[in-house]
Design a protein around this ligand. Structure first.
Ligand code: FAD
Length: 335
């Protein structure tokens, strides 16, 4: 009989992230499918609010040493909670923080780890699903080794809605050696604005057309930047880009200052999961559109009625000037 443990850190505000709640749904479904017991394990600076978000037996470790991501303390806490739960399968959200220590934790528990899990089936045992080679091949993974540590990707499961857990503290001995690393700050690419929002309903993609010469023979990059940022702020959408647009920076051309390679969607970029997508000034070539694999409702604004999107890749193509359309859209969503 399997024993399932859901393990996650809390966020700075003491809550579980949406990604963590999605992974908790996966853990519940796995436990149900295998007819197994589920234990929840939470750690962080504080866990009280997070305990209210879950249901059932909840092992907790909280305190100042667990506020930020640190391999030594996170792995020690993970090991203590894993042992207290006596788990055979440990489900975690694949957050940056968990991914830093999960393989080390699996190793010290003499277990195996699988990451980027996007689904599972139960057929005489647990079968995990994940994608390889830029989402082109889906693998089914089974293992007889236990414990089995599983990191679940975001945007796949519905966030869990709990009725409140029963907290049981777990003790962990933390000595000075584990506290040797301190977090002084976070260095991230300077995007100026928080534009990548995996939880957003809509993906807004900007293509290189925004920086090209327009009908008056001049580029209008500043106006493009204003229109796009205005839309991002008002809509809460996530910002994606074509490769051509982010590559322009390296060519020394006029660019949108908030756009980086992290925004790039496509074969050599990301494959985000959003319910809807709107591509603007983007031609819709195959290496870009493969990144839209998980975006089901697709709309496009392009001046060219024969652009790549028109070849069966979009649900709706507006043959129009994106500057004019987005300016109207921004007015409409301000009202
Ligand atoms: C190995 C390889 C990997 C690649 N990987 C990726 C990848 O991961 N992601 C990716 O995006 N690309 C990738 N590419 C590049 C891809 O093939 C295209 O070159 C790129 O997506 C084109 O970007 P774009 O559509 O923004 O630019 P363009 O092809 O220049 O298209 C600009 C579009 O803007 C339109 N436009 C201009 N002004 C307006 C206006 N005012 N209103 C409306 N429309 C307007 C034009 O009609 C045009 O269709 C890859 C290519 C290769 C060879």
């Amino acid at each position: 009989m399997e024993k399932i443990l859901f393990l996650s850190h809390t966020e700075e505000n003491g809550l579980l992230s949406s990604h963590a709640l999605e992974a908790l749904t996966a853990a519940c479904q796995i436990a149900e499918g295998l007819n197994s017991e589920l234990t929840i394990g939470l750690f962080g600076g504080s866990t009280k609010k997070a305990v209210d978000q879950v249901t059932g037996k909840t092992l907790v470790v909280e305190g100042e040493p667990f506020t930020s991501s640190r391999y030594a303390t996170d792995a020690a806490v993970g090991e203590a909670i894993y042992k207290a739960a006596g788990a055979t399968v440990v489900v975690v959200p694949g957050t940056a923080r968990n991914m830093r220590f999960l393989s080390g934790l699996a190793s010290r528990c003499n277990g195996k780890v699988d990451t980027h899990i996007t689904g599972f089936t139960v057929d005489g045992g647990l079968i995990l699903h994940r994608w390889f080679y830029r989402q082109r091949m889906r693998a089914e993974v089974t293992r007889s080794d236990r414990p089995w540590f599983i990191a679940v990707d975001s945007g796949v499961f519905e966030p869990f809605v709990g009725t409140g857990g029963n907290a049981e503290p777990v003790s962990v001995s933390i000595d000075d050696a584990l506290l040797r690393t301190t977090v002084n700050g976070v260095k991230a690419p300077e995007t100026g604005e928080q534009t990548i929002r995996p939880d957003a309903e809509t993906l807004f993609v900007a293509g290189a057309g925004w920086t090209k010469k327009q009908a008056d023979g001049q580029p209008h990059t500043d106006e493009a930047a204003e229109l796009i940022l205005d839309f991002m702020k008002k809509s809460g959408a996530s910002l994606g880009s074509s490769k051509s647009l982010v590559d322009l920076k390296g060519e020394g051309q006029s660019v949108l200052p908030f756009m980086t390679h992290l925004n790039q969607v496509g074969q050599t970029g990301s494959t985000p999961r959003h319910q809807k997508g709107l591509a603007t000034c983007c031609h819709g070539e195959e290496p870009h559109v493969v990144g839209w694999r998980f975006v089901n409702e697709r709309r496009v604004i392009n001046l060219d009625p024969n652009c790549g999107w028109a070849q069966g890749k979009a649900d709706v193509l507006y043959v129009a000037d994106a500057f004019a359309v987005m300016s109207e859209v921004n007015k409409m969503i301000s009202d």
